[in-house]
Every structure is written in C-alpha cells, then in structure tokens.
Write a protein that binds this ligand. Structure first.
Ligand code: NAP
Length: 294
C-alpha cells in the first residue's frame, strides 16, 4: 500500500504554526482580519464561505462574512470592496467565485487592494509570482499542494512534474511556483489540446491533477512509485449516499493507489490545505501591511 498523504494532518501542523504566529502578533494589538464576500446563494460557495469563517474563528482571527443578494450590481459590489480596502481591521479580502453573471469578476479582482488579495488573483500578485517576488500572494490551492509535497519529504529539485490543467486558480500558478528558483522542478503543463496525455504523465516523478474530470488519471498514466496529488473535486451520482452524490477527484484513486509512491485522497487531501493556506496568507497580509505602516 503506498503512502497516503494526509491533508488534514498536514493542515493541523500548519495551524499549530499559525497559532504561534497569531500569539506573537497579539501583544502588538494586531489581530489578522479576513473578509469573505459571497454574492448570491450558490450552495457549494456557501459551504466554502462557512468553512473559511469557521476556521478564522477557531484561530481567533477577525472574520467578516458579507452575504450579498444574487441581484447585487457591479457598482454595489465595487463599493463594498472599496470599503473593505479601506477598513484597517481587514487584512485579507476574498470574493467567492463564481459570482452571478452580471458581475465582471476580473474587474472586481483588479479593484482589490493587492496587499489584501489573499487569493493571489490580482495582476500585481500574478506578476510577483512570475518574478519570484515572495512579498506577493500565491493562490491558496497551489500553495497547499506545494506544502503537501514538502511536508511529505518529496524532492522537487530537478524532478519531472506534470501539472494537468492551466487555470489561473490552480494549474498556471502551480507551474510557476514549481519552477521557481529554489524549488527547481522541471514542469510540463497539460491542457485540453495536449496530445498523448497518458504517455507524458507516465514520465512524471510527480503528477498534479487539476482538470475537473472525475477519475481522468487512470493506472496507465502513472509510473510505479510516482507521487500523485489530486486537486479535483467532482460530484458524481451515488445512489448509496443520502445526498445522492459523492465527491471524487480527478484521479482514479482505487486504480492508481496500488502503483503510486504516495497519493492524496479526495476528500482529505488538497482541500484542507487550501483553507489552511488562506489563513496563512491572511496572517502574512497582516504582517506585511502593519510592518509597512510602522
Ligand atoms: P478549470 O478552470 O475548469 O480548468 C480546468 C483545466 O483543465 C483547463 O486548463 C482545461 O484545459 C484542462 N482540461 C479540462 N479537460 C481536460 C482534458 N480532458 N484533458 C486535459 N486537460 C483538460 O478548473 P479549476 O478551477 O482549475 O479546477 C480544477 C479541479 O480542481 C476542479 O475539480 C475543481 O473543483 C478543483 N479545485 C479544487 C480545489 C481544492 O481546494 N481542492 C481548489 C480549486 C479547484 P483548457 O485550458 O485547454 O480548457
């Protein structure tokens, strides 16, 4: 049986470090604050927002949950973001994706104060990632994947890493992060126009799957001993479950786990790390904003 990479256990280690950091900020009168803005009532988004708010409270962070009606206009949302940009108790702002269709998400992201953009989506933070500037914010999911690999003792320098997916949320920042000087992986990015995907994946030391296709990565993609990180979260019908569906990854876990050297489960792999990295980015934002004004 290969090594299971336990995202929940690794996230707990991150929280232990963050608690120490929060305790060090407290005597200086500093409480990191995160505002999460939800427009509309998408059930999955609501669940994510609730989880983020709950984790903030557990850590003793200042948490603001702004729930706006689905009909909120672009102007009204921009005005709320602007208020949060100026709110000194708030160090991180996140507008939950996807917003309703009348909202221009890219325009909202550009309005965020980049110093508070803890999701790492603002063009300035994307540029900082490409420039290896560590003062920028890296999107939470790729940051969480990197931490999972490091905590599991997986050597990345010179390793052949295949990233499946090129979204701005996962695939692209993941590739930029892995090729950073000091991390030094050799990265190949696969997307929907890539040919011979299973052959390319079969050469990988590490596969990171983020395409949103249930069980896409099958046994034939994976070389004996390769490391497999499954970012996918996909709902598939499940007559045996009370809610009628279950969550599965982009990797066929049952088929691949016998071959991989280590693998993340879904759920319990990358998911818990995404929230942990959001908390970490919020504390970093607090540190950076307050030290700049001291
Ligand atoms: P996305 O924006 O839909 O991007 C999917 C990427 O996969 C695109 O680059 C697309 O290629 C590529 N792709 C799609 N089908 C493909 C195929 N058959 N072969 C090769 N490439 C293919 O998705 P995302 O937001 O990155 O999310 C990916 C998955 O990760 C989803 O299951 C999502 O729920 C999950 N996710 C999980 C977390 C977490 O915390 N665990 C966080 C974020 C996302 P093109 O660019 O050519 O279209």
């Amino acid at each position: 049986m290969p090594k299971l990479i336990d995202g929940r256990a690794i996230a707990e280690r991150v929280y232990a470090e963050l608690r120490d950091e929060i305790a060090r900020l407290k005597p200086r009168g500093l409480i990191p604050g995160l505002a999460v803005v939800l427009v509309g009532d998408d059930p999955a988004s609501r669940t994510y927002v609730r989880a983020k708010d709950k984790m903030c409270r557990e850590l003793g962070l200042h948490s603001v949950k702004l729930e706006l009606p689905a009909a909120t206009t672009q102007e009204a949302l921009l005005a709320r973001v602007d208020e949060l940009n100026r709110d000194q108790q708030i160090h991180g702002i996140l507008v939950q994706s996807p917003p309703p269709p009348q909202i221009d998400e890219a325009a909202i992201v550009r309005t965020l104060d980049p110093r508070k953009d803890v999701d790492g989506f603002h063009p300035l933070n994307v540029a900082k990632l490409a420039l290896d500037d560590e003062t920028g914010f890296v999107p939470c999911t790729p940051l969480g994947c990197l931490r999972l690999l490091r905590e599991s003792g997986i050597a990345l320098s010179g390793a052949n890493v295949i990233v499946l997916g090129r979204s701005m949320i996962v695939g692209k920042p993941m590739a930029l992060l892995l090729m950073r000087k000091g991390i030094d992986a050799t990265v190949t990015v696969i997307h929907s126009r890539t040919r011979n995907i299973s052959e390319i994946c079969h050469r990988a030391d590490v596969i990171i799957a983020a395409i949103g296709r249930p069980h896409f990565v099958s046994a034939e993609f994976v070389r004996e001993g390769a490391i497999v990180i499954d970012v996918g979260i996909n709902r598939v019908e499940d007559g045996e479950s009370e809610r009628g569906y279950k969550l599965v990854g982009d990797v066929d876990f049952d088929a691949v786990s016998g071959i991989a050297g280590a693998i993340t489960p879904v759920p319990g792999g990358v998911g818990p790390m995404t929230i942990a990295m959001l908390m970490s980015n919020t504390i970093k934002a607090c540190r950076q904003i307050t030290s700049a004004s001291e």
